[in-house]
Design a protein around this ligand. Structure first.
Ligand SMILES: [Zn+2]
Length: 139
């Protein structure tokens, strides 16, 4: 989904304050090239614990709210109760991530947002304007 330029600017400001900028080069199947940047974040043990407890808390809060939904609560309450610790474990085990980024599409030349990704180079994304596949490498 394409972000508005204002939304992208807001996200970029947040990423710049908490993550490391990595310059990248983008290439499409048409062999056009462009430059951009992605933001790499590595979480400390303390941050990982905080993130895990937050997701656990959110899911258990939803669990409590679903008690008040007739009939559906037979499924939703146990589902969110079990999902809490599982999601917390998944979040806790994530060491790092590419939070996202911004770059000019090599083909259509419009600015698009690079989506959140695992740290597996090369990254792959799709331009939100022309839908061309883009391979993203560290430059
Ligand atoms: Zn494009």
């Amino acid at each position: 989904m394409a972000l508005s330029p204002e939304e992208l600017d807001k996200k970029l400001a947040v990423w710049k304050s908490i993550a490391t900028e990595i310059p990248v080069k983008l290439e499409t199947q048409l062999e056009n090239r462009a430059m951009g940047a992605v933001y790499f974040k590595e979480w400390s043990a303390q941050e990982k614990t905080k993130r895990a407890l937050r997701i656990w808390g959110i899911l258990w809060a939803i669990c409590i709210l679903t008690i008040f939904i007739p009939i559906a609560h037979f499924v939703l309450v146990p589902a969110f109760f079990v999902a809490g610790p599982i999601a917390a474990l998944v979040v806790f085990n994530r060491e790092d991530a590419i939070l996202g980024g911004a770059a000019q599409c090599p083909d259509c030349k419009k600015i698009f947002d690079i989506s959140k990704n695992k740290v597996e180079w090369p990254l792959k994304d799709v331009c939100s304007h022309c839908y061309h596949h883009i391979v993203i490498n560290k430059s």
